[in-house]
Design a binder for this molecule. Structure first.
Ligand code: ADP
Length: 336
C-alpha cells in the first residue's frame, strides 16, 4: 500500500515520528490457512529484493508457527493424559482399599454369626439356653446391617444420588430422639449421657433421617472411643445459629488427625482401646450430609486422653412462604 491514508499509522523512533510512505501486509500461510499477519511500515519504498525476501520469510514463519502450535497441542494432550492416568490410578487404589475394607468388616461379624449358628445346629445347647446366643446373633446381624448401610450411603454420596426430603425440624427434637436411641447402648456401657437445650425451639430445615444419622454417629463415637465409663454431653444451642455440641471425656484425637478422621475409611488404631468395629465411613458420611444441608461438622477441640468436642452447625429454617402471596414474613420462623 503506497497511498497510506493520513493518520493511519506513524513510524516512531526515540526522537520523533512520521507517517510511512509504504505499508506492506504479509499473510503467514501454512497449508492454505492464514496463521498470522505481519504488517510492516516503512518511510521508503520496498525494493523487489525486499519483497522477495519477505515472501520467503513468511513461508519459514508459517512452518515455525505450525510446529509451535503442534507442540503446544501435544503438550496439552500429554498433560491431560497424565491427569487421567493419575485419576485412574487413584480410583483403582481406592477401589481395592474399599473392597478389602468392606470384606474385612463384613467377615468379622459373619464369622461370629456362623460360629453361633453351628453351635445351635449341632444340638449341644438345649433350647432353654439359646437366649444368649440369640442375643449375640441379633447384635451381630444389626452390626452387619449398619455396615451395609454405611457402604450404601457412602456409595450414594459419591455417585451423587442422595435424595433429601427437606422439612422444618426442631433441632431439640432431633437431639432428644438421638439420646433416646442411645439409651440402650449407654445402659450396657454404664455410660452417663447429659443433655442440655434452650427453652425455645431451634428450627432447622433438613432431612429427618439424614440429620438423625449424623447425630447418632457423633453420639455413638463419643460412647465408643473412650477407655473408661463413657461420659457424653449433648448441647443444643441457637447462639450464632442452630448448632449441636457433642462433648466426650474419651481418648481424644491427636491434632494432626483431627481433619483426617473425616476422610473415607480413615480410622485411628488406638493401642489402649483394642480393635473397635467400624468402617471409618461414619464421619465422612456425617460431614458430607451436614454440608449438603448447608451446614458444617468440625472437631472444635480435642486433646489426647482428655476428650473431644464435635460441633454440628445447621442453617436456620426460613419460614415457609404462603403460596402465591407476597407478604412481609415474620422474622420468627414458623415450625411445621
Ligand atoms: P468409625 O467409627 O466407623 O471408625 P468414623 O468415621 O465415625 O468411623 O470415625 C473415624 C475415626 O475417628 C474413628 O475410627 C476414631 O479413631 C476417630 N474418632 C471418631 N470420633 C471420635 C471421638 N469422639 N473420640 C476419639 N476418636 C474419635
Amino acid at each position: 500500500m503506497t497511498n497510506v491514508p493520513a493518520g493511519y499509522v506513524a513510524v516512531r523512533s526515540g526522537l520523533g515520528e512520521a507517517p510511512p510512505a509504504t505499508i506492506i501486509v504479509l499473510p503467514v500461510i501454512f497449508e492454505g490457512r492464514v496463521k498470522a499477519v505481519i504488517e510492516l511500515a516503512s518511510m521508503q519504498q520496498f525494493s523487489p529484493t525486499h519483497l522477495d525476501f519477505l515472501d520467503q520469510l513468511t513461508d519459514g514463519i508459517g512452518v515455525v508457527i505450525n510446529t509451535l502450535e503442534a507442540n503446544m497441542r501435544t503438550e496439552e494432550l500429554l498433560k491431560q493424559s497424565q491427569i487421567l492416568f493419575a485419576e485412574a490410578q487413584e480410583a483403582s487404589k481406592s477401589k481395592s482399599a474399599f473392597l478389602s475394607m468392606a470384606a474385612h468388616e463384613l467377615r468379622t461379624p459373619l464369622s461370629v454369626i456362623t460360629g453361633y449358628l453351628s453351635m445351635l445346629e449341632d444340638g449341644t445347647l438345649s433350647p432353654d439356653k439359646w437366649q444368649r446366643p440369640l442375643k449375640v446373633l441379633i447384635g451381630k446381624a444389626t452390626e452387619l446391617n449398619s455396615i451395609v448401610d454405611d457402604l450404601l450411603t457412602a456409595a450414594r454420596i459419591e455417585g451423587g444420588t442422595v435424595r433429601t426430603d427437606t422439612k422444618t425440624l426442631d433441632l431439640r427434637e432431633l437431639a432428644h430422639l438421638a439420646v433416646a436411641r442411645a439409651e440402650a447402648r449407654a445402659g450396657l456401657l454404664k455410660a452417663e449421657i447429659i443433655y442440655a437445650e434452650p427453652d425455645e425451639p431451634v428450627p432447622v430445615s433438613g432431612d429427618h433421617e439424614q440429620l438423625a444419622r449424623v447425630i447418632d454417629n457423633l453420639v455413638n463415637n463419643a460412647l465408643t472411643y473412650t477407655a473408661d465409663r463413657p461420659w457424653v454431653k449433648l448441647t443444643v444451642t441457637n447462639d450464632g445459629g442452630p448448632g449441636l455440641i457433642v462433648e466426650d471425656h474419651g481418648i481424644g484425637i491427636p491434632r494432626d488427625k483431627q481433619e483426617k478422621i473425616f476422610e473415607r475409611f480413615y480410622r485411628i488404631d488406638d493401642p489402649n482401646l483394642g480393635p473397635q468395629p467400624g468402617t471409618g465411613l461414619g464421619l465422612f458420611i456425617s460431614r458430607e450430609l451436614a454440608e449438603r444441608h448447608g451446614g458444617s461438622l468440625i472437631v472444635e477441640r480435642s486433646e489426647a486422653g482428655k476428650g473431644s468436642i464435635f460441633v454440628l452447625r445447621l442453617p436456620a429454617a426460613t419460614a415457609p412462604h404462603p403460596s402465591g402471596l407476597l407478604v412481609n414474613l415474620p422474622s420468627a420462623p414458623i415450625i411445621a
